[in-house]
Design a protein around this ligand. Structure first.
Ligand code: 0L1
Ligand code: MG
Length: 259
């Protein structure tokens, strides 16, 4: 039988020591146990002094589900230690085998404590920004099943958030480009994220309610990748651009350090 605290310790140690580990044998974990492990491993981070910053949704687009062979929406927890400086230099030595995903990030202005409808979602939001999520599975070869990726906090590792705007209208079916050194490596649309990224807030409200959790005002919500993820390498400029022209949401960018 799986020991929640021991499994959380193993994954937390793997993240801190930047080493890949074997996933728990398929079938060994239930989804409920996987979320318990996720919470226990975040608890360890909080005990070390990290602060909760919000949540992320995963597998909100078909491209991501296909890339990873997983077919359900999942969620993970974000702490302040995961935030990388926008426009800054990211040291890939902090990660095991990092990949970049183009996303949008919301910041809330009211606590989310009950399920809401799509029409209500905007009332809960302060702003939105283009963002890059740096995912980093602690599992060998980035291979996992649904329960394992949930236990591993949905591969959460880093995030780079661009300039905030209240231009929520720019979110509908906007072009999304992930570029390395000025070249497109992934191209998609915000419509790939549950049809419209605001639906992530609705999904988040349901998941939080089921988990009997409240998301405080001022929290980040990462909406999930609009495209498949791309492996990061040292010495490149990474940019995520959402929309174009007058209706652009803007861009988030960073440089990866030389090896
Ligand atoms: O944005 C996403 O859909 C991230 C899913 C995280 C799991 C992974 O691909 O490692
Ligand atoms: Mg993501």
């Amino acid at each position: 039988m799986i020991q929640i605290a021991e499994a959380a310790r193993q994954l937390d140690d793997a993240a801190r020591e930047r080493r890949a580990v074997e996933q728990f044998a398929p079938g060994q974990l239930t989804l409920a146990q996987a979320y318990e492990i996720q919470r226990a491993s975040i608890h360890r981070r909080v005990e070390r002094g990290e602060h909760m910053k919000g949540i992320k949704l995963g597998f909100t687009s078909r491209q991501k589900m296909i890339q990873m062979g997983v077919d359900a929406l999942i969620w993970g927890l974000l702490t302040d230690a995961m935030i990388e400086e926008e426009g800054g230099v990211v040291d890939l030595g902090r990660y095991v085998h990092p990949r970049a995903e183009p996303e949008v990030c919301f910041v809330t202005r009211r606590p989310i404590d009950a399920p809401m409808t799509a029409l209500e979602a905007i009332d809960y939001l302060e702003a939105v920004a283009p963002a890059v999520e740096i995912i980093d599975s602690r599992f060998r070869n980035f291979k996992f099943d649904l329960e394992n990726v949930v236990a591993d906090n949905c591969s959460s590792a880093g995030l780079v958030v661009g300039p905030w705007t209240r231009n929520f209208d720019a979110l509908a079916n906007a072009g999304v480009r992930l570029q390395f050194d000025g070249r497109d490596v992934q191209v998609g649309s915000t419509a790939a994220i549950l049809g419209h990224p605001l639906r992530c807030i609705v999904q988040a409200s349901r998941l939080l309610h089921e988990a009997q959790m409240t998301l405080p005002a001022g929290s980040l919500v990462m909406a999930g990748a609009a495209t498949a993820a791309e492996a990061l390498r040292p010495g490149i400029h990474v940019q995520c651009q959402v929309g174009s022209g007058a209706s652009a949401l803007g861009r988030a960018e960073f440089q990866t350090a030389l090896a």
